[in-house]
Design a protein around this ligand. Structure first.
Ligand SMILES: Cc1cc2ncn([C@H]3O[C@H](COP(=O)(O)O)[C@@H](O)[C@H]3O)c2cc1C
Ligand SMILES: O=C(O)c1cccnc1
Length: 414
């Protein structure tokens, strides 16, 4: 078992080590091109930030994304037995079948965006079979994190590496633009615990109403998250700078397997933040990823979900392949936070699609250094907000490719 964990750890470290900074030179070329286009400089606002970020990610000033996919990972949560959701756990497999039949919100919005839905069983507590379902089932649901660790180290690594492989396969099929999506009743509780554990935030700030729980259940859900943090010693020891001004101690961050780590990892290069929009023109990249943070993996083991762990792998895999990855709502962002702590450079490959109504989502994005494109008051998950943002991302690419320059259109300036 030890050997298996070591091998999987090394595999994950290799993925992290392959993640490169954005290509500064191409970002500069994109910036130059944007300034030749028939518009006052900067007048396309965040579309220009996206265009620069896409250039730095892909190495192309005019990227085109012919094949795009939303990767919807599903898993069940043992913590449901604490009564923290407005819906029963059976909804997870039922919704997976709905995704496969094409009837869920994410299917509709993906069709609208011309994207494919790739549905993956990471750990649903049912025997599901369908020709279009990819099974990467690690186990039938997590353990109840309020009583014991949700996952073992082996299970956690297996799920993360499965996510990496899913992206490897899709890239081999020609996909170049990804979105994260998930299904798992109870997973806003898991995500809130991850947010608290990695930033030091209080449960009162991080815990939201998920599928729509009433006040009494909401208070209970906060208590459950507090119990999880106490049981697993996850309180206030992020080992990382949160980027939100919350003071956190720094003793537990470390290379997996022991050694001390000295890595400034709180400053993210997430391309969509207001500051980074400016930064993209000159200083896009932060430091190269260092050794992976054992702390982030530990949090995933203690409080994670199999679909969340899988999405961590999807995000790292996309970054490894220099593909943009569009992050959906609260749960996807919890996975993105873990990914950014494992590999700080991965944040440069993320685009935050929308600001979920789920309490805590703004703090979660802030901790990664991302700012959301859309404010649609959505709180669904599944990847629904992320696919809704696909057309905007493609629009940024089209601006680069199709817009006339001052010279070509004979438009005067100065
Ligand atoms: C019918 C239905 C469809 C969904 N699609 C996504 N979620 C969302 O709700 C769940 C998280 O909320 P909580 O932590 O409160 O259980 C996740 O499955 C998430 O994807 C859904 C929830 C329901 C009920
Ligand atoms: O923001 C989300 O992803 C979300 C919020 C509530 C319930 N399910 C998902």
């Amino acid at each position: 078992m030890e050997d298996e964990v070591m091998t999987a750890t090394n595999q994950l470290q290799a993925v992290i080590d392959r993640i490169q900074p954005l290509q500064d030179e191409v970002v500069r070329q994109a910036d130059d091109h944007l300034n030749q286009l028939t518009k006052p400089p900067g007048s396309l606002g965040k579309l220009e930030d996206i265009a620069r970020q896409l250039a730095g990610i892909t190495g192309e000033v005019m990227p085109v994304f012919e094949k795009k996919a939303v990767i919807v990972m599903a898993g069940d949560h043992g913590v449901c037995e604490e009564g923290i959701s407005a819906f029963p756990a059976e909804v997870t497999p039922q919704m997976v079948l709905n995704f496969l039949a094409g009837g869920a919100a994410v299917n509709v919005l993906a069709r609208h965006a011309g994207a494919d839905v790739v549905c993956i069983d990471m750990g649903v507590n049912a025997d599901l079979e369908h020709p279009a379902l990819l099974s990467r089932k690690v186990r039938k649901g997590t353990r109840n994190m309020a009583k014991e660790a949700a996952l073992t180290p082996e299970e956690t690594l297996q799920a993360v590496l499965a996510g990496v492989e899913v992206v490897d396969d899709l890239v081999a099929q020609g996909y170049r633009l990804f979105a994260t999506g998930e299904m798992g009743i109870g997973n806003t509780t898991s995500s809130a615990a991850i947010l608290c554990a990695l930033t030091g935030l209080d449960a009162g700030v991080a815990v939201g109403r998920g599928t729509g729980i009433d006040d009494a259940k909401w208070l209970h859900k906060m208590n459950v998250v507090n119990r999880v943090l106490d049981l697993h010693g996850l309180r206030g020891a992020s080992g990382e700078k949160s980027g939100m001004g919350s003071e956190v101690s720094d003793e537990t961050g470390g290379k997996l397997g022991g050694g001390a780590r000295d890595e400034k990892s709180g400053e993210m290069s997430g391309g969509m933040s207001d500051e980074t929009g400016e930064k993209l023109g000159d200083e896009v990249n932060v430091e190269k990823s260092g050794e992976m943070s054992g702390r982030a993996l530990e949090v995933l083991e203690k409080a994670g979900g199999l679909e969340i762990a899988g999405l961590v792998g999807v995000i790292l895999g996309a970054a490894q392949h220099r593909c943009p990855v569009v992050i959906d709502g609260f749960i996807s962002s919890a996975a993105a936070l873990v990914a950014s702590r494992l590999a700080p450079l991965s944040a440069s490959y993320m685009l935050a699609s929308h600001l979920s109504q789920e309490q805590g989502h703004a703090k979660l994005l802030e901790a990664i250094g991302l700012s959301a494109m859309l404010h649609m008051d959505m709180r669904l998950g599944e990847g629904s907000g992320a696919v809704l943002a696909f057309p905007m991302i493609e629009a940024a690419g089209k601006i680069m490719k199709e817009m006339a320059t001052f010279e070509s259109a004979g438009v005067s300036r100065e």
